[in-house]
Ligand binder design. Sequence first.
Ligand code: ADP
Length: 276
Amino acid sequence: MRGRVIMTELKNRIMKAETIVVKVGTSTITHANGSMDYHVMDKLVRVLADLRSDGKNIVLVTSGAIGVGRFRMHMTERPSSLPQKQALAAIGQVSLMHIYSKLLSEYDQIAAQVLITRDVVDVELKKQNTYNTFCTLLDYGVIPIVNENDTVATEEIEPYFGDNDTLSAVVAELIEADLLILLSDIEGLYDKNPKCHEDANLIPVIYDVCGQVIDGVGDTNNSFGTGGMKTKIEAAQICSRAGIPVIITSGDDPDHIYEILEGKDVGTLFVPHKER
Ligand code: ADP
């Protein structure tokens, strides 16, 4: 009974969410060869632009820069050295921003590029500066598009460190977002990796991501993504402690975002530990 009350209250909060961070993974916005999937990007941008027009504050955290850089440089092999990955991220980031900005302007919205490192929250002055920038951009009605500054930081591009999952949680906490949506190439968190196990079942709700032992969580198994479910769970833990609900769902159909905001059951919902 109590679980049902909590869920109803949480769904109400989600439906009223004003500030929403959406993170999109590499595997969602790029094809297998690393080129941008314009069709998915366009659908995603249209939904985000529409929500912005409806008065929501939207922040997009995007991955994909290394894959796009690799495609632009006609590299078939995955780069092994860190400087190569950093250089490819710098190349791909320009192309990604170009397309996001172009698509958003078609829907009459303005994009801003925010490149940050996760340690911005560890130093009070940096944290305040970053917070101020986000607040001002959102006041302007602009959509900040965030990525890690891969030239100076390497956490996100080192294997298994994150693919921006935890960065998106840090941003959500910093700007006191009402909701974090992680768009991936999969419907949500399963009890085991469905790419390897046909009998895997979707887990619709995780009530205690910080306390519960979650089995069957694996890494990515595509050559561009880096995080897999491990880093998504870490992101959900950060948000749980900050009182922010997190939903993992498939980015193939960005209309899922509307369904989430209508209170429908979509993907995997992580119930926050703390009340806001
Ligand atoms: P993204 O680029 O969207 O961040 P990732 O490739 O990093 O995506 O992570 C999603 C992948 O995680 C899935 O495609 C799947 O292969 C893998 N995975 C491992 N364990 C699980 C699990 N328990 N449930 C769902 N996906 C899982």
